[in-house]
Write a protein that binds this ligand. Structure first.
Ligand code: MN
Length: 290
């Protein structure tokens, strides 16, 4: 019999900060000691709970052109609409239930902003951005973009809810995202008293962000906006919703390599970070109009 995963900690969100003028987020990993180790391959989680942005004529509300190298950015829209375009020529707009999975790889410039049709009307906006590290051998991969629409996402029905599989697999439902290392990423909804069970090998990292409602997690209570981190001990995770709940499950095989992170670049050594700045400044990341 596999044993229960031990909960390492339940963290409340740190104060929010703005990313550009369009993303009001809580940077959860900033408050977790040794996050790079305990959450690898995930590097960052910026979560923006539902917030009402006013109507605007500014069709650029968000973040202007900026570079990334060495990892992937995953943006999940829950309410409102996010647009993206990048120096590799990719672009897209995502709405509720959709996901953008962008591989910065060897280097990219991109803009992230409120889709103009949403910005003009304003209203509820809720999103998450997760940074996923790449192993050294893929850090300079060709930039890529996966625009994943809600209808492509695998759904596993539970008696009291459902698991939307963005990446990986759950109960036969498959996630459409192509990943460089093994990852499970689920968007889970449970009705009051609904239950879900997950099993992740002890050597893999796992965490759950509670977005709505409250759940008991292996007997420990977690409420809206709590982030539950698991130890690398045991496998089984049993959840039961105390009220209608929604949560994001992150699980992945850790990349056991050094992490050198500076601003928009995540490499293995400080020398590679310096190289990223040099390459960015000399125009090797391509060009993107503001
Ligand atoms: Mn970005």
């Amino acid at each position: 019999m596999a044993t229960k995963r031990k909960v390492a900690g339940i963290y409340q969100p740190p104060p929010h900060h703005m990313v550009g003028d369009g993303f009001r987020v809580h940077g959860y990993f900033n408050v977790i000691p040794d996050a790079h180790e305990k959450l690898s391959p995930f590097l960052l989680l910026d979560y923006g709970p539902e917030y009402n942005f006013p109507a605007t004529t500014n069709t650029r509300r968000g973040v202007g052109p900026h570079p990334h190298r060495g990892f992937e950015t995953v943006t999940i829209a829950f309410a409102g609409s996010v647009a993206h375009h990048d120096s590799a020529g990719h672009g897209g707009t995502i709405g509720p239930g959709d996901v953008q999975w962008m591989t910065a790889g060897g280097g990219i410039l991109h803009r992230e902003y409120h889709a103009p049709e949403y910005a003009r009307k304003g209203g509820p906006f809720q999103m998450a951005q997760i940074w996923v590290n790449l192993p050294a051998k893929h850090k300079l991969a060709k930039p890529g973009y996966q625009g994943i629409t809600a209808d492509q996402i695998g759904v596993a029905k539970l008696p009291g809810g459902e698991v939307r599989v963005i990446a990986g697999e759950y109960a036969g439902a498959k996630g459409p995202a192509k990943t460089f290392t093994p990852i499970n990423m689920y968007d889970v909804r449970l009705n009051k008293h609904g239950r879900a069970e997950f099993s992740f090998p002890a050597q893999e990292n796992a965490a759950i962000l509670i977005m709505k409602g409250s759940v008991s997690v292996n007997g420990k209570k977690a409420v809206m906006h709590d982030f539950v981190l698991f130890e690398n001990e045991g496998a089984e995770i049993a959840l039961e919703a105390g009220e209608d709940a929604q949560f994001l499950v992150l699980n992945g095989e850790p990349i056991n390599e050094p992490v050198a992170a500076y601003g928009p670049f995540v490499m293995n050594t400080s020398r590679e970070i310096q190289q990223a700045f040099d390459d960015y400044r000399s125009g090797k990341f391509g060009h993107l109009e503001d």
